[in-house]
Ligand binder design. Structure first.
Ligand SMILES: Nc1ncnc2c1ncn2[C@@H]1O[C@H](COP(=O)(O)OP(=O)(O)O)[C@@H](O)[C@H]1O
Ligand SMILES: [Mg+2]
Length: 393
């Protein structure tokens, strides 16, 4: 089974592109489930049919489901949340605030990711397509099990056998002891996270796809997602630049838009190298309904299989040593070109003198680099090696 996740800033067209991908794959006879956790019931708006929390048939080979975050929290995380909230309350926090704090960060996108595990294990589809999710932040949650992994399991199991003792301590430490049920729920969540991680880090199964518009904010948001995913071993296979003003628009009113879009498209080619990039035009009106989505699917994929793995590889590699860190980035630049690397806040700016003039590219820095200084950089066989040194103060 394939799992395809579209990510990008809100409003760039993730839901639209997910549905178009689903429709295209279904036309080719593959059974596809489009999953959404958008609170705004986007799928219903796009497909123009009622879609509930159980897979609803849209057309031949195509199903869609709207994940209900509240129900999911109750089912999967409710017990833990109750417990965490009880701990905060015991510490004197007001109840509403205690519940607020007890919610996991990025809960909604995260729950729809967990839902993937359920449908993956149930089987029956050729592909799951997720229309929302992972900001790099949500992806980070996947690393929790591998960070704490076996340690947290052992602690939890141990805690399970100590529940009786903890109950005795309760009046003394004034913190409610976790019940067996809480610990069981914790373990189940960890297990699910581990399964999810296995699914998402298998490049033959899962692909993360980037959706942006040719504008500054959606592109810079996506550069970070691209790097984060790569560092977390999630394979990114395609970038889609949506809402490109087509050539036929010659109205002088849009002149400036066309000029800036052309610039951002060129930047995208560098920023998302070596991913294939697909462009989708800005339609005359809001892209909605099966017919328009079908047209969009055709424009995107033509005769191709939309479920294929478009690219497999690691565009960013990171090696941390005692002295510092080496970041290796695949670039479209050649060795003979002169390149300069400069640090601008949380990003690296790479300036390369090419035959067509100076090209600038920005790379977001991983958090570990925040306490290091940029040392030097060099191009070796199409890869940019950037060295950082630890700051000793
Ligand atoms: N290429 C396009 N041309 C015209 N409208 C589009 C296009 N792509 C998306 N839209 C519209 O933009 C809005 C946001 O799209 P949506 O897929 O919901 O974004 P996201 O899921 O990223 O938040 C919707 O109203 C959609 O119909
Ligand atoms: Mg959406």
């Amino acid at each position: 089974m394939r799992v395809i996740v579209y990510t990008g800033k809100g409003g760039t067209g993730k839901s639209t592109i997910s549905c178009a991908t689903g429709i295209k794959a279904a036309e080719q006879g593959r059974d596809v489930l489009v999953i959404s956790s958008d609170p705004a019931h986007t799928l219903m708006e796009l497909f123009e049919v009622n879609i509930g929390p159980k897979p609803t048939k849209i057309s031949d080979h195509l199903w869609a489901v709207q994940v209900d975050p509240i129900q999911e929290v109750r089912e999967k995380y409710g017990v833990i949340q109750e417990y965490v909230a009880a701990v905060f309350k015991a510490k004197g926090l007001e109840e509403t605030l205690a519940y607020e704090l007890a919610s996991l960060p990025n809960m909604t996108p995260f729950l729809s990711l967990l839902k993937v595990v359920d449908y993956f294990e149930e089987g029956g589809y050729d592909a799951l397509i997720l229309d929302t999710v992972p900001s790099g932040e949500a992806l980070k949650n996947l690393y929790l099990p591998s960070l704490f992994g076996s340690i947290s399991r052992k602690i939890l199991r141990l805690a399970g056998s100590l529940v009786g003792a903890a109950k005795l301590m309760e009046p003394i430490v004034k913190i409610p002891a976790p019940s067996k049920e809480v610990i069981r729920a914790d373990l189940k969540l960890l297990e699910k996270l581990e399964k999810l991680k296995a699914i998402l880090t298998d490049p033959k199964t899962s692909s993360l796809r980037l959706v942006a518009n040719p504008d500054f904010f959606s592109l810079s948001n996506l550069r970070r997602a691209y790097m984060t995913a790569s560092l977390y071993n999630v394979n990114v296979d395609l970038a889609v630049i949506n809402k490109v003003i087509p050539d036929e628009v010659v109205d002088p009113y849009f002149e400036e838009w066309r000029r800036s879009q052309a610039k951002y498209l060129a930047e995208a080619e560098v920023a998302f190298y070596p991913l294939p990039i697909k462009k989708v035009r800005l339609y005359r009106g809001e892209l909605r309904g099966l017919d328009m989505l079908k047209t969009c699917g055709g424009e995107l994929f033509g005769d191709e299989d939309p479920l294929k793995v478009y690219y497999e590889g690691r565009p960013f590699r990171l090696e941390v040593t005692e002295e510092g860190m080496e970041l290796v980035v695949k670039t479209p630049f050649l060795d003979k070109e002169r390149c300069e690397v400069e640090r601008v806040g949380e990003e690296l700016m790479i300036k390369v003198d090419t035959e067509v003039g100076e090209v600038r590219s920005f790379i977001p820095l991983p958090s570990i680099a925040y306490c290091m200084r940029l040392d030097r950089a060099k191009l070796i066989e199409g890869e940019l090696h950037i060295y950082f040194a630890r700051e000793f103060s």
